[in-house]
Design a protein around this ligand. Structure first.
Ligand code: ATP
Ligand code: MG
Length: 157
């Protein structure tokens, strides 16, 4: 996947604003991987995105449950946090085949722990600590690039 966008020194408000801007472009299904060390802002981004999509205040961190699923209108939204997974095989127990629904939106924290059972991402967001703020690098496949263009985060080639 190609790095397509790099943003530096985002404070929390800027990260939330970015999630809100991306949300309307995700009206079809999409798979987003959220990478970055502990406390990098993955849940903050996912929560802002889910809230912008209509989940409202009920977004919980899936740190212990591994997955929190929401239905908004006819859409399935799944927020996973695989930090506590010891073996990618545990994903089968989670019912991952349902997650392969191309119309669903998947937000996955710690995707590197999911191994090959996880659907391939359209967008990979890599968050890193930068003092009190965060740097963000985004990688995208062709579908992810189209999403970023729709959100006006990337200029059309
Ligand atoms: N862009 C930002 N700038 C400064 N602080 C931020 C930013 N984004 C999130 N934070 C703060 O960083 C802390 C950790 O955020 P968050 O829980 O989203 O991280 P995480 O990547 O999900 O961590 P974990 O790996 O433990 O799940 C929170 O206190 C949050 O308010
Ligand atoms: Mg988190």
């Amino acid at each position: 996947m190609n790095p397509v966008l790099e943003l530096r020194a985002l404070d929390e408000a800027a990260l939330v604003a970015l999630a809100r801007r991306l949300a309307p472009a995700l009206d079809g299904g999409a798979v987003l991987h959220l990478r970055g060390e502990l406390g990098a802002g993955k849940t903050t981004f996912a929560r802002a995105l889910l809230q912008a999509l209509g989940v409202g205040e009920r977004v919980k961190s899936p740190t212990y449950s591994l997955i929190e699923s929401y239905r908004v209108g006819a859409r399935d939204l799944h927020h996973l946090d695989l930090y506590r997974i010891a073996d990618p095989q545990e994903l089968e127990w989670l019912g991952l085949p349902d997650l392969a629904d191309p119309a669903a939106l998947l937000l996955v924290e710690w995707p590197e722990r999911g191994g090959m059972l996880l659907p391939a991402p359209d967008l990979v967001l890599r968050l890193g600590h930068a003092g009190a703020t965060r740097d963000l690098a985004i990688e995208a496949n062709a579908r992810g690039i189209a999403l970023l263009e729709r959100a006006n985060l990337l200029r059309r080639a």
